[in-house]
Design a protein around this ligand. Structure first.
Ligand code: DGJ
Length: 689
């Protein structure tokens, strides 16, 4: 059980989760300051902790208590979490606490400025299901103010090594682990989308944590536009991480009576290593983020790599007929079906079926796919427009632009301003009509470029927030109007992966790189925070269109089966034996998917010689082993499994041998990978007693 308690004399709040505690108190000047975050402690223990006073080493070296939300005031020289300018030019904020409310597992701590009409509420929420603490901030102005920073929270993290992911298009989520410099380290996206290059989370440890041991403090932001996390290690070795939406240089005006609420920046403490931290995040996403966490995601076919822009009713029907024979349950027609979209040069924004390809509209194809017994999904890119489109010719002012400046095209497209109510109405109208008229079950919502010339003349920087909120509200409206509709988040692969978008979507296309060998590290990085039930993964053709690498079909199947399995190749050119191999693996996946999608995940090994991931549910464990390259012909040693009941007995599906959970944990299991590079295995261990 989680709880929030208040110690009135000490003016201290204790947030207790099943396996952690977090405490804050009001300093003498009413500043909310951080007290403790770590393993469980009771109220008596936390209130007895010595109150640290601002340390004055010299007039140049002051170290005030760590702030819950640092303002630019007094002797604070670190990165502010809240930066405000009042109408008379004052920028310092001085707090008076005006009260708090504890409503079940939610704490709202209410502050006001001592002099100016500025109200701020710090929010904290805990859950019984996990140790994640959600935090966010609301600011209300009683007179016009400029906000150049509104972070959701500042976390004080007693670790000096940071883990994070970085990458690029087709190379997302590569894990890095490095000592935090005594400096400010900024993780950010200025792109209007979460970005392929960075992802809004960090994990801190003392340099001694591993996959299954050691204390880890982590924080992740639920936001899909530009963002910034600033890690600050000061010369006294205190580490804080302040984070929220927006990036440097952006500012927002609030008129009198207006307020602004930040997204959630959640944190979790674990003492059993990075793997435990990941499982906490997976559980949190499942329990509190995803709209339909208990559904099993269907096996999907996507037409993109098969037909690219060369889409027609006949070609899609031919693919659908083969797809269903492989065991596919959801057929998704990708880009190229609308307007004048015969390449990426034209047509975006004109969302009527291309008559040359669909003379009678989409309905005949959708009906055929439904008759075959599959759901039907459609690719859309609502936020984008080609200059060569009827939409742009009619509404050139609808795109992000700045006066007297060029409009930069990327992939021959511009960004529609989803901060504009008329654009949102237009988008909802055609998306809603497409679902209603065609009986669609699923959208793949793509977004293939970042922002440039991010302007809406006369409207300031507000669009950075409003665009993202416009995407969210359109998805939310669509889901409300069509409760059966499911949505896939995509941004040229993994350009918009975060817990914000996951609130409105069901799964993510995590990378355009479908090369199984590369995919292993992409999936590894994704799994640090995000659960397998959201991780779309396709079996595609060789040589791979992105990397030109050739790998065995079974290896490609086994890598994709570790997430939400999908098929993405040109099925019409597959041999009968390839089809039957894939049909067999799809059938196996359908048996194990409740464990893969809803089980607990353990990363047992990660490296080119062996990556091994295990998923555990109540009655089975599924183990994937992949070898990219076999150095020196060495065979792997047994892999020790995790998460099993030591006294239960598990039967190995390959040979019927029964092991106890204890023996699988202590001695491990022989993977018996085939010899050579690009070898793989899937082992199912069913609990028999
Ligand atoms: C980028 C996506 O990631 C691909 O899967 C595909 O949908 C293309 N866009 C289509 O333009």
């Amino acid at each position: 059980m989680s709880s929030i308690t208040f110690a009135a004399t000490e003016r201290l709040w204790l947030l207790s989760t099943p396996n952690s505690a977090y405490a804050l108190r009001l300093a003498d000047d009413d500043t909310p300051t951080h007290v403790y975050w770590g393993a469980p402690l009771g109220l008596a223990e936390v209130t007895a902790l010595p109150e640290s006073r601002p340390r004055l080493i010299s007039s140049f070296e002051t170290v005030p208590d760590p702030d819950e939300l640092a303002v630019a005031a007094g002797p604070r020289f670190g990165p502010p979490s809240l930066a405000v300018r009042f109408a008379d030019g004052t920028t310092a904020v001085e707090w008076t606490c005006v009260g708090h409310e504890i409503d079940g597992n939610h704490l709202a701590l209410r502050l006001t400025d001592r002099h100016y009409p500025l109200d701020v509420t710090l929010h904290y929420r805990v859950h019984d299901s996990d140790d994640v603490i959600e935090r966010w901030t609301t600011v209300s102005a009683g007179e016009p103010i400029t906000l150049s920073r509104l972070d959701s929270a500042s976390w004080t993290m007693p670790g000096h090594r940071v883990s994070y992911v970085a990458g690029g298009w087709s190379a997302e989520y590569q894990v890095h682990r490095t000592e935090v410099p005594v400096a400010e380290t900024v993780f950010t996206s200025r792109r209007g989308i979460t970005s392929h290059q960075a992802n809004p989370w960090v994990m801190l440890d003392a340099g001694d944590a591993g996959e299954d041991h050691g204390e880890v403090w982590s924080a992740a932001l639920a936001w899909s536009g530009s963002w910034r996390l600033t890690l600050h290690r000061d010369p006294t070795d205190r580490v804080t991480c302040t984070g929220g939406f927006g990036h440097d240089g952006v500012s927002w005006q609030l008129a009198a009576g207006e307020s602004l609420t930040s997204p959630v920046f959640a944190g979790v403490y674990t003492r059993d290593g990075f793997g435990a931290a990941s499982r906490q995040w997976h559980g949190f996403v499942r329990a509190h983020v995803l709209p339909h966490p208990d559904e099993l995601r269907p096996v999907l076919y996507n037409s993109w790599e098969a037909t690219t822009f060369d889409v027609s009713e006949a070609s899609q029907r031919a693919l659908a007929e083969i797809a269903v024979s492989l065991g596919v349950e959801l057929f998704v027609m990708d880009d190229g079906w609308f307007g004048a979209r015969r390449s990426d040069m034209a047509g975006l924004g004109d969302w009527q079926p291309y008559p040359g390809a669909f003379p009678n509209g989409l309905r005949p194809l959708v009906d055929d796919v439904h008759r075959l017994g599959m759901l039907f999904g459609l690719w859309v890119e609502p936020e984008m427009v080609n200059p060569d489109s009827d939409l742009y010719r009619a509404h050139p002012d609808w795109v992000l632009h700045q006066e007297n400046r060029r409009r930069t095209t990327l992939r021959n497209q511009l960004v529609l301003n989803f901060g504009r109510p008329d654009v949102l109405e237009w988008a909802f109208e055609w998306l809603d009509r497409l679902v209603t008229e065609n009986g669609l079950d699923y959208f793949k919502w793509d977004c293939n470029r970042p922002f440039t010339e991010p302007g809406w003349p006369g409207h300031g920087d507000q669009l950075w927030i409003d665009h993202t909120r416009g995407v969210y509200s359109t998805m939310e409206r669509l889901r409300a109007a069509h409760p059966g509709l499911r949505i896939e988040a995509c941004s040229g692969g993994g350009g918009r992966t975060d817990m914000g978008i996951m609130t409105y979507t069901d799964q993510v296309w995590i990378s355009d790189n479908t090369d199984a060998a590369d995919r292993i590290s992409i999936q590894h990085g994704y799994s640090q925070i995000y659960p397998a039930q959201t991780m779309g993964a396709w079996i595609t053709d060789c040589p791979n269109p992105t990397t030109a690498r050739t790998t065995p079909l079974l290896f490609r199947c086994h890598v994709a089966m570790a997430g939400v399995l999908a098929v993405g190749g040109n099925l019409t050119s597959w041999s009968a034996s390839d089809r039957s191999l894939v049909a067999e693996q799809v059938a196996l996946y359908r048996k194990i998917r409740s464990t893969v999608q809803h089980g607990r995940q353990y990363r047992l090994a990660h490296g080119p010689a062996l990556t091994c991931v295990e998923y555990v549910s109540v009655d089975e464990a599924v183990v994937f082993g992949w070898r990219i390259t076999e150095p020196f012909g060495h065979r792997p040693t047994p892999v020790r499994l995790a998460g099993l009941d030591p006294v239960a007995r598990y039967e190995d599906s390959r040979n019927g041998v029964v092991y106890t959970g204890a023996s699988l944990r202590e001695r491990g299991i022989d993977l018996d990978l085939p010899r050579g590079d690009h070898a793989s295995v899937v082992i199912r261990l069913r609990r028999v007693s």
